[in-house]
Design a binder for this molecule. Structure first.
Ligand SMILES: Nc1ncnc2c1ncn2[C@@H]1O[C@H](COP(=O)(O)OP(=O)(O)O)[C@@H](O)[C@H]1O
Ligand SMILES: C[C@@](O)(CCOP(=O)(O)OP(=O)(O)O)CC(=O)O
Length: 199
């Protein structure tokens, strides 16, 4: 396998239910740290790219937040699971391939095997973060229960069995995201300014 030229200083691996706000929260982190320090990586990126290619679909629409991706979600999940069964690190490797920033924010871990890949590749750097929101809030953001999606491993694979390093509650009634993210941002700033590789 190709050797990695640069190692991240911190890898924040996010998970959470659909419409819990993973994209929103990870974008906020990147905004606070800046694109030179922090990149947002999506495991679903290379998955959608290959799925779109094999099925002659519109990749931009699959990457977007609209209904198009929802029409294909159940089939994409099945397709991705077949790939992951053959090689659990397949999408993790592709998603992280070109990343050069010191802080990596992975926005969409869904299965224990995703987290295990990061723990095993970057044991000192990896921290797990769960974003949670109530069903009511998620509904207000456009979520509705879909059988075959919301009851499948893609959505439930990390519901139990993991003690997350950080839990962010993304609700109007919770403390502000800036407040909740403060310790994580501090960690990221420290990691970026005093690389582990120097110690
Ligand atoms: N704290 C928030 N304030 C305002 N809008 C939010 C907040 N969190 C999420 N949203 C909005 O809710 C929708 C779903 O959030 P998103 O980050 O796409 O969820 P996920 O990536 O977990 O599916 C998006 O339109 C997003 O902009
Ligand atoms: C097939 C998927 O990768 C689709 C993921 O698409 P998004 O990451 O865009 O999903 P949400 O943010 O939850 O709306 C799911 C999987 O099981 O890998």
């Amino acid at each position: 396998m190709e050797a990695r030229v640069s190692q991240p200083e911190l890898v924040l691996v996010f998970s959470g239910k659909r419409k819990s706000g993973k994209d929103y929260v990870t974008a906020l982190i990147q905004d606070r740290l800046g694109p030179e320090v922090c990149c947002v990586l999506r495991l679903s990126g290379p998955l959608k790219q290959q799925y779109a290619q094999e099925h002659s679909l519109d990749l931009d629409q699959l990457l977007g937040p609209g209904l198009y991706k929802e029409q294909y979600r159940a089939d994409m999940i099945r397709w991705g699971e077949t790939r992951r069964r053959q090689d659990p690190g397949f999408f993790c490797r592709l998603a992280t391939k070109g990343a050069r920033q010191p802080v990596w924010v992975v926005s969409d871990a869904r299965r224990l095997t995703d987290l295990q890949w990061f723990w095993s590749e970057f044991p000192r750097q990896t921290q797990s973060v769960r974003v949670q929101s109530s069903e009511e809030t998620r509904k207000q953001r456009g979520w509705s229960f879909t059988a075959g999606v919301d009851d499948a491993e893609s959505e439930c694979g990390l519901d139990s069995g993991v003690e997350f390093d950080w839990i962010i509650t993304n609700e109007a009634a919770a403390p502000s995201l800036d407040e909740q993210l403060q310790p994580i941002l501090k960690l990221a700033e420290e990691a970026a300014s005093s690389p582990l590789s120097d110690s």
